[in-house]
Design a protein around this ligand. Structure first.
Ligand SMILES: [Fe+2]
Length: 233
């Protein structure tokens, strides 16, 4: 089964991800080398600060797929964004089509500030559910209110949210306790997606194969976490 990356900043000139088309090309080549056939270009969106540049984004997405064709890598890039949640405005923009859901679905990759309060996360995903959207919580390992709070993570998932952990966290957890936290998330089935959150071809690069090998060595039945289930499969 080819791998799928549901969180990646590979379109240039739109956020702090790829700085130019040369970087985008290098990232697509890394996708191919990592066995990734499908990528969602999740450009940052912060609708409380400025509008998402949808037409520019769609142009870049089309150009990225043309580039994939020219390079013959067998990689397809799908629409999406990583939205910094803002009460009300996020729902309105998703409803209006001014923010793209993940790969054309009614699922949205949502992030919060690391010190967000738990009640705010729960309220946000319920508001999104009210308009028919599922929240995919980006890099859940960053949120202080969820750290080792498996009861809360269970409650969020029971309320319909999906959870995403970054590949780099699995490869190199920031310390002993973080490693145990990630291990428990994986062993208890509290992770829905592992994704690269890649921003470049050097420091924050596409590293899915290494994460895949790390996870599968310990949890052989967790391959589906790398397949973009319900989004790209
Ligand atoms: Fe991201």
């Amino acid at each position: 089964m080819p791998l799928a990356d549901i969180h990646c900043h590979l379109l240039p000139g739109l956020d702090d991800g790829a700085r130019d088309w040369g970087t985008t090309e290098a990232m697509l080549r890394r996708d191919y080398e990592n066995g990734i056939a499908k990528v969602i270009a999740t450009t940052h969106a912060d609708p409380t600060v400025k509008p998402f540049p949808l037409s520019k984004y769609m142009e870049a997405l089309e150009k990225a797929n043309e580039l994939c064709g020219e390079l013959g890598l067998g990689v397809t890039v799908y629409p999406g964004c990583e939205v910094m949640y803002g009460e009300g405005v996020t729902e309105r923009m998703l409803e209006d089509g001014r923010l793209p859901g993940l790969a054309g679905t009614r699922k949205a990759l949502v992030e919060f500030y690391p010190d967000v309060k738990y009640d705010a996360v729960l309220a946000a995903l319920r508001r999104l559910a009210y308009i028919g959207y599922t929240a995919v919580l980006a890099h859940i390992e960053r949120y202080e209110c969820l750290y080792k709070r498996y009861d809360r993570i269970r409650e969020l998932r029971e309320a319909g949210a999906k959870t995403q952990v970054n590949c780099s966290t699995v490869i190199k957890p920031p310390g002993f306790f973080a490693k145990r936290y990630i291990d428990t998330l994986l062993s208890d089935g509290l992770v829905d997606y592992l994704a690269t959150d890649a921003h470049s071809d050097n420091t924050r690069r596409v590293n899915m194969k290494e994460a895949y090998d790390t996870v599968i060595a310990r949890y052989p039945d967790r391959g589906h976490l790398f397949e973009g289930k319900e989004l790209l499969s």
